[in-house]
Design a protein around this ligand. Structure first.
Ligand code: NAP
Length: 300
């Protein structure tokens, strides 16, 4: 035991106390947020819904009773994910998948038409599909820049336009959720392409919240922090030392969990958020506000 009077000892004790908090790191509780049936009768489309946070959101929407459509490029990933979503879906909630590359606006239009034909217009759309990799801007190729901008910014716009205009034309209400990241407003050294694209997505969110809010379509964003069990975490934080440094930098001292993002999304999709429009819900354990304070405080 480190003596109480030692400053570093105090910090060890603080950390031990934090680690005993419910929900810290590995401790997982099978908790449910909204009641089954909350999204009954609605259809939710999640791009990139076969993996990571997209899959967690799709599972939660299906548990809440929505018909769920997942869409991305890889058929085998979608098939397997659809099985997993079906396993926990509420009675009567259908699960479907479509292969699509969100960069291809005609293909996106086709999927939107198929969804409307099969389920009626989707009232919930989550623009979750993304691509990202770490590279200094000086070494980023034109193709690398274009690929990320195309998936994240253009893909989000194509999907939003295809699904949103169907609702507008039919005079139906809806909820669109765009996944961003805090580098949309802080900048992201090492990820200039993704940061610029997410800044565009945040702006698109705010613009359409006003344009389409007047017609009953709410447009919001979620900004996740580092989230475990996601493609993003694998790509950006796979080196253990990096993962540790990242989680140590989060005031809540851990990575977030995919289901914590799914809870935020299901709230925004639901009528409980009927007056929430143009918001960006930050779910990052306080990470973006840290500015090095956590480390400084520990070293005292
Ligand atoms: P992920 O597991 O990497 O999944 C990305 C999904 O996007 C995949 O299912 C992929 O499926 C799909 N996708 C990629 N390119 C596509 C394309 N051209 N067309 C259609 N689908 C495409 O994602 P994640 O890490 O959970 O992140 C989810 C969202 O949160 C993203 O928007 C990400 O930017 C954001 N975010 C993540 C973190 C994090 O810690 N992970 C932090 C902040 C923000 P296919 O390969 O089958 O196409």
């Amino acid at each position: 035991m480190v003596p109480e009077e030692s400053p570093s000892g105090k910090n060890v004790q603080r950390r031990e106390a934090t680690e005993k908090l419910p929900g810290f790191r590995e401790e997982r509780k099978a908790v449910e947020m909204l009641a089954e049936g909350t999204l009954k009768g609605r259809t939710a489309v999640v791009t990139g819904g076969g993996t990571g946070m997209g899959l967690a959101m799709a599972k939660e929407f299906a548990r809440l009773g929505a018909n769920v459509v997942i869409a991305s490029r890889k058929q085998e990933v979608l098939e397997e994910a659809a099985e997993a979503i079906r396993a926990g879906a509420a009675k009567g909630a259908a699960v479907a998948w479509y292969t699509v590359d969100v960069r291809q606006h005609e293909a996106v239009e086709e999927v939107a038409a198929k969804v409307s034909e099969r389920f009626g217009n989707a009232q919930i759309l989550v623009n979750n599909a993304a691509g990202n990799f770490v590279v200094p801007a000086s070494q980023l190729s034109v193709n690398g820049w274009k690929a990320v901008i195309d998936i994240v910014l253009n893909g989000t716009y194509f999907c939003t336009h295809a699904f949103g205009t169907r609702l507008l034309e039919a005079g139906e209400r809806g909820s669109i959720i765009n996944m961003v990241a805090s580098y949309a407003w802080t900048g992201g050294p090492g990820t200039v392409h993704s940061a610029a694209a997410k800044a565009g997505v945040l702006s698109l969110t705010q613009t359409l919240a006003v344009e389409w809010g007047m017609q009953g379509i709410r447009v919001n964003a979620i900004s996740p922090g580092p989230i475990e069990e996601t493609g993003g975490a694998e790509r950006l934080f796979s080196v253990p030392e990096v993962a540790k440094a990242v989680s140590d930098d989060v005031p809540l001292r851990r990575f977030g969990r995919p289901e914590e993002i799914a809870w935020a999304a299901s709230y925004l999709a639901s009528d409980y958020a009927a007056y929430v429009n143009g918001a960006c819900l930050v779910v990052d354990g306080g990470a973006w506000l840290n500015k090095g304070f956590v480390k400084l405080f520990e070293q005292r």
